[in-house]
Each structure stands twice: as C-alpha cells, then as structure tokens.
Design a protein around this ligand. Sequence first.
Ligand code: IMP
Length: 205
Amino acid sequence: MDDDDRCHPIFLIFMELIFATNNKHKLEEIQKLLSDKIKLLSLQDISFQEEIPEDYETLKENALQKARYIYDRYTLNCFADDTGLEIDFLNGSPGVYSARYAGENCSFDDNVNKVLEEMGNTNNRAARFRTVIALIIDQKEYFFEGVVEGEILRERTGNGGFGYDPIFKPIGFNESFAEMEMHKKNEISHRGLAAKKLVNFLNTL
Ligand code: IMP
C-alpha cells in the first residue's frame, strides 16, 4: 500500500450501517451528523425493493420489526424508525396508525381532514409526535426515542413540511411545523431528537 492508497476514504470507514428507509432526506440528515467512521446505506443502496411489514401496535415493535427484517436477510448492522402523532382528546390516536389514519392509500390531506373533523371545537388539543429508532448491531438491540409536545391547531397553517405539520404547533413556538424552516424543525422535532441520541451512541463505538 502506498501513501495514496492510505488516503482513500475506504480506509477511514469502519462500519457500514443500513438505514431501513427509502426516504433519502432522512438518510442524508442522519449521515450529516455521523462521523466519517460510519457509512449509511439506504434500502435502495442494497437493492431491496420489497415492502417491509409493520404488523405491531407500538412504534417500538414496528421499528424493531423493520430493522430485524433487513438484519435477518443481509446480516448487516441496521436501524429503522417509526413515528406517530398522539392526540390526548383522541386517546392517543392516530399513534401507530398515523400514516394510514384515513384508510389504506390515503393522502396526508385525508389524514389531516379526519383529525380536524374528530377534534371539532374541543379545547383539549394537547398532542405529541413520538419517534422510536430501533438499532441492531451484532445481534444486540438498542432503542432511541424522541418526543415533541405541542397542540393541534383548529385549521391548517403554513405550506411547508409534510404529514400533520400544518396542524401541529410545538409548545413554546408561535408557528406550526409547516411554517418552520426545515433546520429549525429538525432541531426540536421528535425525529431530530431520536436521531441525535442514535448518533451520540454510534459516535462512541
Ligand atoms: P414514519 O414512521 O416516519 O413513516 O411516519 C408515519 C406517519 O407519521 C407519516 O406518514 C406522517 O403522516 C406522520 N409523520 C411522521 N413524521 C412527521 C412529521 O415530522 N411531521 C408531520 N407528520 C409526520
């Protein structure tokens, strides 16, 4: 090996880690926070095209199911996330069913409409987003959770973001997630907080 070879990035990487997602944006966000020692791969990077089942009734079990599904097939260290919006007035719904609250193949708009309809004029509007990340490293399982408390607005506000962002206002802020700059949302969001815990752990390996 000559000096040029030693400078090649491959000698700086000591672990490849799969993020069981097809969402490039999520992957980039977490890769940015990681040291050069860890290289993240998406499902696309490993040519995985199946739908991963989510059969459970908790975020933790679903996140683990997704991570395990990939780990068992590729024996590569892996993590997966699962997120839900929990609304007190709706007894914690949509929770683990947040993606498909208004039915299979529904849109973000359908979900938001359903929530607004069910909330009506109630003053009990407390809610939170929760993300759980399940990580499997050499057969060992680790979990990281991020929560952001807030309230459900009475109508859509703002055009940015996705999902329930236009009707979610985090506590201590005067704007909905859909009105926030993305980097500001990432600083305080459920997923951002869970990702930071994951990254702190990975950077100690
Ligand atoms: P996932 O587990 O990240 O796929 O999230 C499940 C569902 O929760 C999504 O389909 C969205 O409806 C909702 N969701 C997740 N994260 C956010 C967010 O940051 N803002 C608004 N809605 C979200």
